[in-house]
Design a protein around this ligand. Structure first.
Ligand SMILES: Cc1ncc(C[n+]2csc(CCOP(=O)(O)OP(=O)(O)O)c2C)c(N)n1
Ligand code: SF4
Length: 304
């Protein structure tokens, strides 16, 4: 029989105020859980309204009439989530309420299915924080490939490894000249919290990209999730950087030359199809060639 301690009244009251409450449906080691908890910590008393399309993030809430979200949460379709978030933020503005609207989405919703309204909301510079937790697959429908899936990865629809490279969503968002776009690492907590607070201090459209471990789809161990992100950053596969006004670049964490094989060998999505590490090495090289070029040509200034 389980002997788990009964939570105290104070603990229960704290749990109820959490943005993400215990009892949610997320898998163990899910990067989305960490991301939501750090978002909560960064915003503090500044309670957001979440708008979430049909990704794992909306399954998280659990079954009606209970909810694992401790803040107002609107379920939207993929195609409408940024438009619904626009409506929420406009209502706050009309009511003179200064509250954050957060559109929380997966890569399927961001890179593929919802990209039209994402682009439209960014182009109108709507006042919201848009977060893409990128697990590089369609997680809650069985792990199909998305345009965020890296080349070589085995998914339920790419049995021999995906043939195409991952789409550069940060470049697309920077091209909208939004006030702020940044990547968030789940292995760099202070950097994560600082960037969310920075975004909150700015008006207009803010975009975040989180590389989000998904043990179910990545075929990795739950306890490896944070280590995997650390390895992705150290090897240069996941650059940690920010873009101001769409044109001024700053890299926050430099890679240290850790071989990308260290990252690949702990995920059966890479080992099953025997993905050639050279494919990822070429991707890393091209990615940093572009990024370093942008930093040299258009560096962030002291006021950024
Ligand atoms: C327009 C539309 N197309 C397809 C679906 C089916 N569908 C539901 S969830 C999902 C995958 C979502 O993937 P992602 O946004 O990456 O989030 P994750 O499930 O990985 O958290 C798909 C394709 C849908 N609900 N609506
Ligand atoms: S399938 Fe992946 S993204 Fe979805 S809840 Fe599980 S670990 Fe998280």
């Amino acid at each position: 029989m389980s002997t788990a301690p009964t939570p105290t009244k104070e603990q229960l009251s704290d749990y109820c105020h959490n943005l993400l409450r215990p009892g949610n449906t997320n898998c163990a080691g899910c990067g989305m859980s960490m991301g939501l908890q750090w978002l909560d910590e960064a915003l503090g008393e500044d309670r957001p309204t979440l708008v979430i399309p049909a990704c794992c993030g909306i399954v998280t809430a659990g079954a009606f009439p209970t909810s694992a979200y401790g803040v107002p949460t609107v379920a939207a379709t993929f195609a409408s989530a940024p438009a619904v978030a626009t409506g929420v933020s406009v209502v706050y503005r009309l009511n003179n309420e200064d509250r954050p609207t957060v559109c929380w989405t997966g890569d399927g919703g961001t890179y593929d299915i919802g990209v039209a309204t994402l682009s439209a909301a960014a182009e109108r510079n709507e006042d919201m924080i848009y977060v893409c937790y990128d697990n590089e697959i369609y997680g809650n429908t069985g792990g199909q490939r998305s345009s965020a899936t890296p080349e070589g990865v085995v998914t339920s629809t790419t049995e021999k490894g995906k043939a195409e490279r991952k789409k550069d969503m940060m470049a697309i968002m920077a091209g909208h000249r939004i006030p702020y776009a940044a990547t968030l690492s789940l292995a760099h907590r202070e950097d994560f919290l600082r960037k969310v607070r920075r975004a909150r201090s700015l008006r207009g459209f803010k975009f975040f990209l989180i590389l989000s471990p998904c043990p179910t789809g990545w075929k990795s161990e739950a306890e490896d999730s944070v280590d995997l992100i650390r390895l992705a950053v150290r090897s240069g596969l996941f650059p940690v950087y920010e873009v101001f006004g769409g044109v001024r670049y700053r890299v926050n964490v430099q890679p240290d030359g850790t071989p990308v094989e260290e990252y690949m060998k702990r995920q059966r999505r890479y080992t099953k199809g025997k993905t050639d590490a050279a494919v990822l090495r070429r991707f890393i090289e091209d990615q940093w060639h572009y990024l370093n070029g942008m930093v040299r040509a258009f560096p962030a200034g002291p006021n950024d």
